[in-house]
Design a protein around this ligand. Structure first.
Ligand code: P6P
Length: 338
């Protein structure tokens, strides 16, 4: 396959798209630079203690600290200076991140989870950065207010993730298909490796933390049982259970192979009756990617992309992946509501 960089791909394949503007391309390039910096630090995480013993410090001259804080600081520093944003929201920050008055702004809104799954890093398990790009509705020179940021997933103009694993990948969509790029460290470029990703209509994998079985209601137990039950699931054998515990890694594998990721509501924590995952920085961007790849997503009743956020860190139950599998989840929940 001819080597195609992200920038070239954006210009070649999106040329008639409003997303092929220089401003969007520069935003994506700033995200890519951030991911390369994060990837470098994630890939030597296992050596932190060893390096620490030699008094090694990271490029910012700071003592090495928690990688998700590091990833967050890299993204915030670069995105504040991208010159095309009017709002920045991070999973790590309770409120919108200020863009200093003296820095130029634009009309894009960026919401991200800087390093999802970071608790797995010490075990050398894949982790990821998830990003969602929206646009403000009203032109203005100043920072956007929260009310302008709280838009449903269907309003996204782009979404994607970086996956730091055996190789570093970038997968993104601007509403014209889903495209995967793999970082070639020898040239420092993300090169097109997975053009126009489509996910199978019906999967063969289900991903859920079965440890919460006793926290689930009857409908959720029936949903999970469906995928395990050869007599019910239309495969004549169980779906394979795969759960890495790192959302981006589980989502990416299911996107390519076909399957469904489930993070249902549970009763374990009365403060989190809607489960653990966040709508704006996790569910919505992955839902946009999944729909563009021919899949679907739901909170059990509604398409994730149709849910209007009421707050920046709103949590939502998440069922996402192969279209027929998500449809079955909704059918079982509907049956229990009658
Ligand atoms: P649990 C990682 O902490 C994370 O946010 C996602 O990456 C992952 O899918 C989920 O939580 C795992 O949560 O409750 O199964 O440990």
């Amino acid at each position: 396959m001819r080597q195609v960089t992200v920038t070239e791909h954006l210009l070649l394949h999106q040329k008639e798209s409003p997303m092929a503007t220089g401003r969007f391309t520069s935003l994506l390039n700033e995200l890519i630079l951030s991911a390369k910096i994060i990837s470098r630090e994630v890939n030597k995480a296992g050596l932190v203690d060893v390096l620490g013993l030699t008094g090694e410090i990271n490029v910012q001259g700071e003592a090495v600290r928690k990688l998700d804080e590091y990833a967050n600081s890299v993204l915030i520093h670069r995105m504040q200076r991208a010159g095309v944003l009017c709002a920045i929201g991070s999973e790590e920050n309770a409120d919108l991140v200020e863009i200093p008055d003296h820095l130029p702004k634009g009309d894009y809104i960026l919401i991200f989870d800087p390093l999802d799954g970071s608790t797995n890093i010490d075990a050398n398990v894949n982790v990821g950065t998830i990003f969602s790009i929206l646009k403000r509705k009203e032109k203005s020179e100043c920072s956007a207010r929260l009310c302008e940021v709280l838009q449903k997933g269907a309003e996204q103009v782009a979404a994607g993730y970086f996956l730091y694993g055996t190789s570093t990948m970038m997968v993104y969509t601007t509403g014209r298909g889903v495209h995967g790029f793999t970082l070639d460290p020898s040239v420092g470029e993300f090169l097109l490796s997975h053009p126009d990703i489509k996910t199978p209509e019906k999967g063969k994998i289900y991903s859920v933390n079965e440890g919460y079985w006793h926290y689930w209601d009857e409908a959720t137990r029936e949903v999970v049982d469906y995928f395990k039950n050869p007599a019910l699931n239309g495969r004549g054998k169980p779906y394979s259970q795969r759960y890495i515990g790192s959302l981006v890694a589980d989502f990416h594998r299911n996107l390519l192979y076909g399957g469904i990721f489930l993070y249902p509501a549970d009763m374990q924590d009365p403060k989190k009756p809607k489960g653990k995952l966040r709508l704006m920085c996790e569910a919505s961007p992955l839902a946009f990617i999944c729909r563009e790849a021919g899949g679907a997503s739901s909170d059990g009743e509604r398409d994730i992309l149709d849910i209007e956020p009421s707050e920046l860190h709103e949590r939502v139950p998440l069922f996402i992946g192969s279209k027929k599998d998500v449809a079955m989840v909704e059918e079982i929940y509907r049956k229990h509501k009658r």
